[in-house]
Write a protein that binds this ligand. Structure first.
Ligand code: XMP
Length: 530
């Protein structure tokens, strides 16, 4: 099983084994920032599986909340230590490797948490070109009492004589602190020393190389088979469509479902971009009536979502089977279903780990496609983070309106017309929403915020227009900033902009005589009103 070590690789990647740290994804990011591909795998992966992949230059063991002596301490296949691939254990990862290789780990009296000072005892490759005193970020309860055979202490902190350990012959290292977080200012350099000096990994991961590689993989998977993809116009499905189209051209057919809950001009924009510009095969399913009749009289938000989810699957399945049936004789079957699944969705399947994406996803099932379609999945974005997907989109020539588009919920305007949905309510909301988008763009605020949209409230109030008394509806304006949609703050937009949006909506949208600004944060409010 032994592999050659410290030889230069031409392509390479780093595997991060997840022990449940909240920082696992951050480690993956840091590695990719150094232009090296990184992949997070569950800690249960077998050595034999890793041995089959000759591109692995190094392995990082993440931190985690457990203690190596805990009853359910997550373990590692010990044969991994014998693969000859350099290993870096961080926090729990370090304690585990010390424990597995014959050292002794013990509970500390006091949990070491926060900033500390590391004194480098031996520079070696890990601390090459770094100073002898470094600020580091700690968060651990256990410490190493006795080093495993072959290891020496490379660095110490006030509380930990074995804060950094290494067996330079076997290229196995451990850090008690977290190099991946910003609170360890030189952490990036330490990681880079591991990646470049110890693993000798080449910095070849770029979006261009990703696209080439992904296209080859798609072609190899699909052969001459045909692929369908549910295109929503959002970032993920749009980038997946553009990438797969680049790889296999006309073997891809996209399906766009018009559920009658889209924003003004949305259907046309998707058709213009993908059909006219990209010359993609695009089938538009006009299902407005079907959706709206199923939603008639329904005011409960959860029921709305369920109905929309169910109808979506039905429409999509029918469309897919129509495509199969109407195919020319001898045409390859649609054997593949493509999806814009992203990395955070994949990581969720890692059994341990504090993954915030899990929470947000529970209600994101509307765009999800039927699992029982008996088609093989094509998911070329599985390895990417959202901002990387955006970069791929830009490389592929997708315009900014698509690539940097604000999120739009799967159930569309249904969750922004509060209470029962009517054609007239949708008409009002669409018109108001178009004004919001237009003014946000014109003032350069659109791309600065996470989301900006209008909500139609079922509240009528008295107003006066000209000489006439009105009794019309209220539009709430919601503009928030957020990192990931999990928490959000309302945005303090300039009052001149708020005033302009409000007066335009009231003057231009028939049926509205009042506009209010939502100044609630999430939590306790949510971003969408339903
Ligand atoms: P909430 O309202 O839960 O929304 O604070 C958080 C983020 O998720 C979006 N969202 C959805 N996206 N399907 C989606 O694809 C949905 O059902 C859905 N519900 C909310 C919302 O726009 C915000 O960005």
């Amino acid at each position: 099983m032994a592999k050659k070590v410290l030889s230069s690789h031409s392509i390479g990647k780093i595997v991060i084994l997840d022990f449940g740290s909240q920082y696992t994804q951050v480690i993956a990011r840091r590695v990719r920032e150094s232009q090296i591909f990184s992949e997070v795998l569950p800690h249960t992966v077998k050595a034999s599986q890793l041995a089959q992949d000759s591109t692995i230059c190094g392995i990082i063991l993440s931190g985690g909340p457990a203690s190596v002596y805990g009853a359910k301490a997550p373990a590692l296949d010990k044969k991994i230590y014998q693969l000859g691939i350099p290993i870096l254990g961080i926090c729990y990862g370090m304690q585990l490797l010390a424990h597995d290789l014959g050292g002794k780990v013990a509970r500390s009296e006091r949990r070491e948490y926060g900033q500390g000072e590391l004194t480098v005892k031996k520079t070696g490759l890990l601390f090459k070109k770094l100073s002898r005193k470094l600020e580091v970020w700690n968060s651990h309860g256990d410490h190493i009492e006795k080093l495993p055979k072959g290891f020496v202490a490379l660095g110490t902190t006030e509380n930990a004589p074995h804060a950094v350990i290494g067996d330079e012959k076997r290229h196995i290292y451990g850090l008690q602190f977290h190099p991946e977080v910003a609170h360890t200012p030189q952490g990036k350099e330490i990681l880079n020393n591991f990646l470049f000096e110890i693993c000798r990994c080449p910095a070849t991961w770029t979006m261009g190389s990703f696209i080439e590689d992904a296209c080859q993989k798609i072609r190899a998977q699909v052969g001459n088979g045909r692929v369908i993809l549910g295109l929503s116009g959002g970032v993920d499905s749009s980038v997946a469509a553009a990438l797969i189209h680049k790889a296999i051209g006309d073997q891809l057919t996209c399906i766009f479902v018009d559920n009658g809950l889209l924003r003004a001009g949305e259907r046309q924009a998707v058709q213009d971009l993908f059909e006219r510009n990209f010359k993609m095969k695009l089938k538009v399913a006009s299902a407005e009536k079907q959706f709206l009749s199923k939603l008639r009289g329904v005011s409960d938000p959860e029921r709305k979502r369920k109905i929309i989810g169910k109808e979506f699957i039905q429409v999509f399945e029918k469309c897919a089977s129509d495509l199969q049936r109407s195919s020319k004789k001898g045409a390859a079957p649609f054997k593949f279903l493509a999806q814009g699944t992203l990395y955070p969705d994949v990581i969720e399947s890692v059994p341990i780990g504090d993954n915030p994406a899990a929470l947000i996803k529970s209600h994101h099932n509307v765009g999800g496609l039927p699992k029982n379609m008996k088609m093989e999945l094509v998911e070329p974005l599985r390895q990417l983070f959202k901002d990387e997907v955006r970069e791929v989109g830009r490389e592929l020539g997708l315009p900014r309106e698509v690539v940097d588009r604000q999120p739009f919920p799967g159930p569309g305007l249904a969750v922004r017309v509060i209470g029962t949905i009517t054609p007239s309510g949708l008409k009002i909301l669409r018109a108001a929403d178009a004004i919001v988008i237009e003014e946000m763009r014109a003032s350069d605020w659109y791309y600065k915020v996470w989301q900006s949209f209008a909500v139609l409230l079922p509240v009528q109030s008295v107003g006066v227009m000209g000489d006439e008394r009105t009794y019309d509806y209220t539009i709430a304006l919601r503009v928030v900033e957020s990192q990931d949609g999990m928490t959000a703050n309302w945005v303090d937009l300039p009052s001149s902009l708020l005033g302009k949006i409000s007066s335009r909506i009231i003057n231009e949208v028939k049926g509205v005589n009042r506009c209010v600004y939502d100044i609630s944060n999430k939590p306790p409010a949510t971003i969408e009103w339903e």
